[in-house]
Design a binder for this molecule. Structure first.
Ligand code: GDP
Ligand code: MG
Length: 160
């Protein structure tokens, strides 16, 4: 993991997490949401959404030159996705750890991809890779009125 991510562990951050179409089709939505919920992060945005091609292209614009890019856009737009925004101290790096390596066969058991997937092209979930991208992607996938700021009843039981 990048040093700047480790250095940012103390900050309250937002991250964009998405159950990809394979995760929705395979009935893994509850399982995946549950892992972030049980960890103790705060859900601030959630919706089922059919992603238009233009949005998929904007989201993955950094990968445009990759040979798998056309297949990736087809994959992400092939059915509904579940869009989530999560907030918490150090949530960006922690969510990446919960998700596991990009290639599910390399991902550790106990991670979402390590437990629930076998192929990079069907790796069930997305998570932002930096605090900057967490903000950028949350703003890209959610309109302002779609996010909720609230205080979970469990807050004092998660942080002293
Ligand atoms: P992530 O941040 O772990 O999701 O990985 P990347 O940002 O590198 O890539 C974004 C997504 O593109 C991955 O989650 C995969 O769905 C897909 N992807 C990445 N590399 C490959 C590849 O080599 N082949 C295929 N088919 N898809 C890939
Ligand atoms: Mg990425």
């Amino acid at each position: 993991f990048l040093p700047h991510l480790v250095a940012s562990l103390e900050q309250v951050q937002q991250t964009y997490i998405m159950v990809k179409p394979d995760g929705v089709q395979r009935g893994l939505v509850g399982e995946i949401i549950s892992r972030f919920e049980r960890k103790g992060f705060k859900l601030i945005g959630l919706k089922l959404f059919q992603c238009p091609k233009e949005l998929a292209e904007e989201h993955y614009k950094d990968l445009k030159a990759k040979p798998f890019y056309p297949k990736l856009i087809d994959y992400i737009t092939s059915g509904p996705v579940v869009c989530m925004a999560w907030e918490g101290v150090g949530v960006v790096l922690s969510a990446r750890k919960l998700i596991g390596s990009t290639d599910p066969l390399q991902a550790e058991p106990g991670t979402i991809r390590g437990d629930l997937a076998v192929q990079t092209g069907r790796n069930v979930v997305h998570g932002s890779d930096s605090p900057e991208n967490g903000k950028r992607e949350t703003a890209l996938w959610f309109k302002e009125g779609e996010l909720c700021q609230w205080t979970p009843a469990q807050a004092p039981w998660l942080q002293e």
